[in-house]
Every structure is written in structure tokens, then in C-alpha cells.
Design a protein around this ligand. Structure first.
Ligand SMILES: Nc1ncnc2c1ncn2[C@@H]1O[C@H](COP(=O)(O)OP(=O)(O)O)[C@@H](O)[C@H]1O
Ligand SMILES: [Mg+2]
Length: 205
């Protein structure tokens, strides 16, 4: 990390970690990750999630189609759908909010906005995420209190604000992306757990 240094009144020096700086550092780390590490993350994340009680019981699961360097969620989506869950995936709206439509297998995914794959099924509206029993979200990092750093669009802050307090919300991360501290702004919504390849589901807060 290359934090800015701030000089305190007592002349001691401390680092200021900004969201932008932390995001850039973690995205650079993902970009430099060996391809085996990247491709090896999907399966343990999927298998850990498939044995989480809330996921096993869930009638509706809101999830997402991974893009770029994110841990791949395609086999997870497929497994949840095959199991009979109603799986919702997001569609990015022009204002940065998320609409939701059902995933009905790999053939239901079509190219959408900003290089994302989205469902070709009818959109259910931004409020549909509130009907999910489990909500799985992407993140660049999460801290030990659940503060989540995304890509900077704030879309999942808007979606997570609609999710009830008893619902399991989990961000999917590579190992090392559960960090000590992420700067939080008032609009930032926490997640209640993360899933990493080495540790599986880690409940937070
Ligand atoms: N509930 C909201 N309503 C409208 N805009 C929001 C909301 N939450 C976040 N945003 C917008 O998203 C921007 C980016 O949020 P940020 O938390 O930095 O991104 P991310 O969560 O993707 O890391 C904020 O500056 C704000 O303008
Ligand atoms: Mg945020």
C-alpha cells in the first residue's frame, strides 16, 4: 500500500488510507494474481456456500455474475439453480442502481451494460432484492466489522439498504481481502459475512 502520510499535532505521522487508494491496491493485487489462484478460488467458495444452512434453506438467493478478475460465480449460480433455488442476478441501471431478474441457467445470460452479463428474463425491479433469503455480493475488500469496499459505483450500497436485518449478506473474496479496516462513509452498507477459498464462510460483526 502507498498511503498518504498525515502529520498529527504532536508531530507523529500516521497513514491515511483512502477508499480510492485501497481499491487501487487491491485491484492491482488481483490483476497480478497467478491464474491458478484466480481459477482455483471458484470451487472452494461455491462448495462452502452450498453447505451454509441459510443457503441450503433459501427459496430465493440474490447473487451476481462475476466479471473481470472477480472470483468466478458461474458454477455457483448453476449449482444453486440446479438445486431449485430461485436465483436473482442484477442488471445495472443507468443511475447506478440495480434491477433484478431471475437466472434460468447459463443460456439465460446475455451481454448487458459495462461488460456485465445479465439475465434476459423480465426485470423484477430494484426492490426485488428484498425478497431474497440470502444475498451474495461482489467486493474488493471487506473489513472485520463488515464494511465493504466495492468498485466505486455504490450500487450494492443501494441494494443492501433494501435487505432486512436478519438476512445473510455475504461478499465473495479471495484470501487476503478480509482486511483490518476499510474507510466507511455514512451510505456504506455492511455485509454480515464473507466467503474466501481458504476460510469458507466467515461471519462478521
Ligand atoms: N443509497 C445511495 N443512493 C444514491 N447514491 C448512492 C447511495 N449509496 C452510494 N451512492 C453513491 O455511490 C458512490 C460510490 O459509493 P462507494 O461507497 O464509494 O462505492 P462502493 O460501495 O462501490 O465502493 C457514492 O459517492 C454515492 O454517490
Ligand atoms: Mg460503498
Amino acid at each position: 500500500m502507498h498511503p498518504t502520510l498525515a502529520i498529527n499535532e504532536d508531530h507523529s505521522v500516521h497513514p491515511i488510507v483512502t477508499k480510492t487508494g485501497l481499491r487501487a491496491e487491491l485491484l492491482a493485487r488481483r490483476a497480478a494474481m497467478p491464474s491458478e489462484t484466480r481459477s482455483g478460488a471458484a470451487r472452494p467458495i461455491r462448495d462452502a456456500l452450498l453447505s451454509v444452512p441459510e443457503v441450503e434453506m433459501a427459496g430465493t438467493i440474490a447473487a451476481y455474475v462475476s466479471i473481470g478478475d472477480e472470483p468466478d460465480t458461474r458454477s455457483l449460480l448453476f449449482a444453486l439453480w440446479k438445486r431449485g433455488a430461485y436465483v436473482l442476478v442484477p442488471r445495472l441501471l443507468p443511475d447506478g442502481d440495480l434491477d433484478w431478474a431471475s437466472y434460468e441457467g447459463p443460456d439465460s445470460l446475455v451481454p448487458g451494460a459495462r461488460g456485465c452479463l445479465e439475465s434476459s428474463e423480465p426485470p423484477r425491479g430494484p426492490g426485488a432484492v428484498a425478497s431474497a433469503d440470502v444475498v451474495l455480493v461482489p467486493a474488493v475488500a471487506v473489513d472485520r466489522t463488515g464494511v465493504r469496499l466495492g468498485r466505486g459505483g455504490g450500487s450494492y450500497d443501494r441494494a443492501l439498504a433494501r435487505v432486512g436485518p436478519a438476512i445473510l449478506t455475504a461478499a465473495l473474496l479471495y484470501d487476503g481481502e478480509l482486511v483490518d479496516s476499510v474507510p466507511a462513509e455514512p451510505h456504506d452498507q455492511r455485509v454480515r459475512a464473507v466467503v474466501t477459498p481458504a476460510r469458507g464462510l466467515v461471519r462478521l460483526g
